[in-house]
Design a protein around this ligand. Structure first.
Ligand SMILES: [Zn+2]
Length: 624
């Protein structure tokens, strides 16, 4: 039996591109921007540089860029670099950044794809790279924000999204992929999609067609710091990789992280999130940055034994003869940490959240849900199985969505919709499932009441939370979780039984990050309601994420600045085992929190401590 498993798994791993390398469960690569490739003509200098670099981190592969910011590669330097890296046993592939110049008229100035001269140039750039490489990775600038006179005229009455996606689909095939294939039929052209997936279509990234127009995709997993201009939540470093993999399963070839985080731990966390999403390859952007000396910003949690252990990393570096600590060194330390448990994890599984292609609404909300411990897997099609489906406003783009919800519920699959989804669908048939009104009135709530057995208990929120006031037909549906302000209240979670399953409306705060201000008991209740098929949830505060896998393992990651004790709630089980230390933890059995319309079951709760900005992986022993 074991042999069969081995034989069936190996070809799959090869297909996924996982080859044995310097790390056990993934390949590490770095990307060299063209300005740096052009300095690689001096082999002696390169040798000295590389030998220092590889003491810190061990790349299996390197991407050498041939174009960026109107800089072409010096082909002589490129040839020297290719020969050099191959002689070191490093796989060498190409990269291109299709952008015109730095910031002149806009912050990020892209190419104009309406301009005939630029189109000639783009084709030429693709052909040059294909001469040298069997794989070309496009850095995430294959979009356009050009509003020049040509583009304005060509757009006509269409929306920018419609005009740009059609233009870039066509340009991808005609100017980039076909010319590369013509020069080198073996050449795979991979498009890297950035981290702002919610807004892609407006700038021409077409998630419906591009994964097949190109030979595959790559994922921008860089979330950096939510305080930055993009305000991306750390959970996105996991969820975006999964989402892009679901666009064309098996054709998401890697995740990509840069060193833009404020703290070293946050840099490491992004690498871990990418790896926990089970990427076969991870790119450190970029070679120059990874050679850079770290900024060791003081961390309030430095006294704790965190997953990224600065002192341990420093001692380990010294033992390798590394005295100057670089981002590459931090990455290597983080890789080794995750590599210890990755081989034991199966395929990630989360609550499916359907996002139709090129849709927008309640931007990035799924990542906030991930940050409160609700595991979410964004998928581009409405799930076929009778499992709990989560729909945010973005799902309202599907013209058949009400019919799909209706069918799903009649077949016994549960559906959770957000207040934003309900609002978008109001008057479009959603009332036939559950009759509510998303009013124009808002409420500033400070208390939330959750079920506790047959009782209900009030809890104070960490801040005042503004929510939309939703009304409903009493006894058509009922408040499972209620909010209160000055003696009046509105639903936070509304439940209705339709056909053969529960239909929930989850009222989302106007400020999504106020989800983090919900009391633990409210979060616990929400997670319990969302946990139908996953069979696992956590109890505790926000900003602890749960990553369940299909083989009875899971990872928890705390993004908090102080240690946290959480409960892991499994269906009745014997024990859980720490995948790194081997520590076995015993739990306590109880009856699961009751959800009407579902079967009752017994659960086992395990108390687990997670250090700040740290992860722990576990396997669940279900034997009796
Ligand atoms: Zn233009």
């Amino acid at each position: 039996m074991k042999r069969t498993v081995l034989f069936s798994v190996l070809p799959f791993l090869c297909l996924m591109g996982v080859k044995a390398g310097n790390y056990k469960n993934f390949r590490v690569t770095t990307y060299v921007i063209v300005q740096d490739v052009n300095k690689m003509g001096d082999e002696k200098k390169l040798e000295a540089e590389w030998s220092e670099f590889t003491k810190s981190v061990k790349p299996d592969k390197i991407y050498l860029e041939t174009f960026r910011d109107m800089n072409f590669v010096d082909e002589k330097a490129l040839q020297t670099a290719i020969k050099f890296f191959k002689s070191k046993g490093v796989e060498v592939e190409g990269g291109i950044t299709f952008n015109s110049r730095g910031s002149v008229t806009g912050r990020w100035e892209t190419f104009c794809y309406s301009n005939p001269e630029t189109r000639v140039l783009i084709r030429k750039i693709s052909e040059i790279a294909a001469k040298y490489f069997d794989e070309i990775l496009l850095d995430d600038f294959y979009f356009t924000n050009c509003k020049c006179k040509l583009c304005v005229a060509a757009k006509g009455d269409q929306s920018w999204a419609k005009f740009r996606t059609a233009l870039l689909d066509q340009s991808a095939k005609e100017l980039i992929v076909d010319p590369a294939h013509a020069v080198n039929p073996k050449c795979k052209v991979i498009v890297k999609f950035p981290n702002w997936y919610e807004h892609f279509q407006g700038l021409g990234f077409d998630l419906e067609k591009m994964p097949t127009i190109f030979d595959g995709v790559y994922t921008g997993d860089e979330t950096r710091d939510p305080k930055g201009e993009q305000h991306l939540q750390p959970y996105e470093s996991f969820s975006i990789y999964r989402y892009f993999n679901n666009l064309r399963p098996g054709y998401n070839f890697g995740g990509w992280v840069d060193n833009g985080a404020s703290y070293l731990d946050m840099f490491a966390e992004q690498l871990w999130m990418t790896l926990f999403a089970k990427t076969p390859e991870i790119t450190m952007w970029n070679y120059g940055a990874m050679k850079g000396t770290i900024r060791d910003t003081p961390r309030s949690w430095s006294k704790y034994k965190t997953s990224f252990d600065y002192d341990d990393m420093k001692a380990e570096s010294a033992s390798r003869g590394v005295t100057r600590l670089t981002y590459g060194r931090v990455a290597d330390y983080a890789f080794e940490k995750a590599d210890k448990i990755l081989g034991k994890l199966g395929t990630p599984k989360g609550i499916k959240s359907y996002k139709p292609f090129n849709s927008v609404g309640e931007d990035f909300l799924q990542n906030y849900m991930g940050m409160i411990g609700v595991p979410v897997e964004i998928v581009p099609a409405f799930p076929e199985n009778n499992e709990l489906v989560l729909l945010t406003e973005t799902a309202s783009k599907d013209p058949d969505i009400v019919a799909k919800i209706n069918k799903h519920l009649l077949n016994g699959g549960e559906v959770v919709v957000t207040s934003g989804f309900y609002h978008a669908m109001q008057g479009k048939g959603i009332e036939n499932i559950c009759e509510m009104v998303y009013t124009d009135r808002k409420a500033d709530i400070d208390t939330i009441i959750v079920p506790s057995g047959w009782w209900r208990k009030p809890y104070k929120t960490a801040v005042t939370i503004k929510i939309p006031q939703m009304t409903y037909m009493t006894n058509d549906s009922w408040e499972e979780i209620s909010t209160l302000s000055y003696g009046n209240g509105w639903p936070l979670l509304q439940r209705n039984y339709y056909g053969a399953a529960n239909f929930f409306v989850w009222v989302i705060p106007e400020n999504f990050s106020h989800l983090y201000a919900l009391p633990d008991a409210v979060l616990n209740s929400l997670r319990n309601f969302m946990d139908n098929e996953i069979g696992l949830h956590i109890e505790g505060p926000s900003q602890v994420a749960l990553f369940p896998y299909d083989n009875g393992t899971f990872v928890v990651e705390s993004f908090r600045d102080e240690p946290v004790t959480i409960n892991v709630v499994t269906r009745k089980s014997k024990s859980i085992k720490d995948l790194d230390s081997g520590e076995v933890i015993n739990g306590t059995n109880s009856q699961g929190e009751r959800v009407l319309g579902r079967k009752n079951y017994e659960v086992t709760k395990y108390s687990v401590v997670v250090q700040p900005h740290s992860f722990r992986g576990f396997s669940v022993d279900t034997t009796n």
